[in-house]
Design a protein around this ligand. Structure first.
Ligand code: NDP
Length: 323
């Protein structure tokens, strides 16, 4: 049995707890949290303080780190990789090389193994970009996200004065996707690829017109996109917009001999982004334990992991059943 600890219990942590129940070769040792453990509502798992984690070194094969990318993982992953094999879902794309270098150094010094930035993007989408670009070097890759909720953009809306709650959907431009698949050469700007749709609840007396203007002109978040804003009641937001769907498409259009068109499309439609991301982390946890057993210490990303290491089946079974 692979013995797993969940470090940090938010949406992703809950998803990992659910996913472990679907994997027969794994068992959950517990949830470790910075909050008072008795205040954390798990779905059956024992909850412990973060401080108790370091005393359980001999009981845990791998820690799945479920903190946020903005401030938790940059410190938590190096910190826990001192003692444990770790997995994280660090998704600040521009900072991945820096995060990798830090974790790699700690892992090599302490003879542990860490797989960072797993999930779907970065993660499965990164793998698909690699396959597509290696197989069809003459071609172009585009990634489209959505339809899905962007936590970062939803947070940005909620920070506006006069807004009490809000949800933002990122929506891919399906017309552009179809044109690319048809072989049209397009010079795409940010605005061409995605729309943004916002559902916003206002404080009583807030000026809707001003807030609409503040949203659509917000630099880095909305100014570069066509953005639609709907003002709705809290009851409607709670009823229709509290799930966390997401997904997207990696589309690579390449050519081989004499402009023969080849299309590679990898698509995810997720009813729950955190539950899916958690399932990816759990599969990579299996790979992490196997690498550690082979004494392959250091940091890795999904690009380094042999696909068969994700599976609980033997090599022989995989050859028979999947090839
Ligand atoms: P949450 O905000 O739900 O949880 C993050 C941390 O916040 C938890 O580990 C928990 O730590 C703390 N926390 C959770 N709930 C509460 C609460 N009620 N009060 C106080 N603290 C709380 O984030 P998610 O789980 O949704 O996402 C985690 C990360 O996953 C994201 O930052 C994102 O970077 C990454 N991600 C990556 C993807 C990929 O494809 N690579 C896809 C989706 C997400 P503690 O228990 O210690 O308090």
């Amino acid at each position: 049995m692979i013995k797993i600890a969940i470090v940090g219990y938010g949406n992703l942590g809950r998803g990992v707890e659910r996913s472990i129940k679907q994997n027969k070769d794994m068992e959950l040792v517990g949830v470790f949290t910075r909050r008072a453990p008795e205040t954390v509502q798990t779905e059956g798992a024992n909850a412990f303080t973060m401080d108790q984690l370091k005393h359980k070194k001999n009981e845990i094969d791998v820690c799945i780190l479920c903190g946020g990318s903005a401030t938790d993982l940059p410190t938590q992953t190096p910190e826990w990789t001192h003692l444990f094999n770790t997995i994280d879902s660090f998704d600040t794309h521009a900072k991945i090389p820096e995060h990798f270098a830090k974790v790699d150094q700690v892992a090599k010094e302490n003879q542990t193994t860490s797989i960072i930035s797993t999930g779907w993007d970065p993660g499965l989408f990164s793998l698909n970009r690699l396959y597509a670009q290696s197989i069809l070097p003459v071609g172009e890759t585009n990634t489209f996200w959505g339809k899905g909720v962007s936590q970062g953009h939803s947070d940005a809306l909620r920070r506006i004065d006069g807004v009490t709650d809000a949800v933002q959907y990122t929506i891919p431009n399906s017309e552009v996707i179809e044109k690319l698949k048809a072989g049209e050469q397009l010079n795409l700007s940010t605005r061409d690829k995605h729309f943004r749709e916002c559902f916003v609840v206002l404080e009583e007396g807030a000026n809707a017109e001003n807030i609409q203007e503040e949203i659509v002109s917000m630099p880095n978040y909305f100014a570069d996109y066509d953005t639609e804003v709907h003002f709705i009641s809290q009851a409607e937001l709670d009823q229709n917009h509290k799930k966390m769907p997401h997904g997207g498409t990696v589309l690579h259009i390449g050519t081989t001999h004499e402009n023969t068109k080849q299309v590679i499309e990898y698509n995810l439609q997720l009813e729950s982004n955190p539950e899916f991301t958690a399932s990816v982390l759990v599969a990579y946890a299996r790979a992490c334990v196997r690498l550690a057993k082979e004494k392959q210490f250091g940091a890795y990303t999904v690009l380094d992991i042999p696909p068969k290491y994700l599976s609980d089946r033997t090599d022989e079974e995989l050859r028979k059943e999947l090839l």
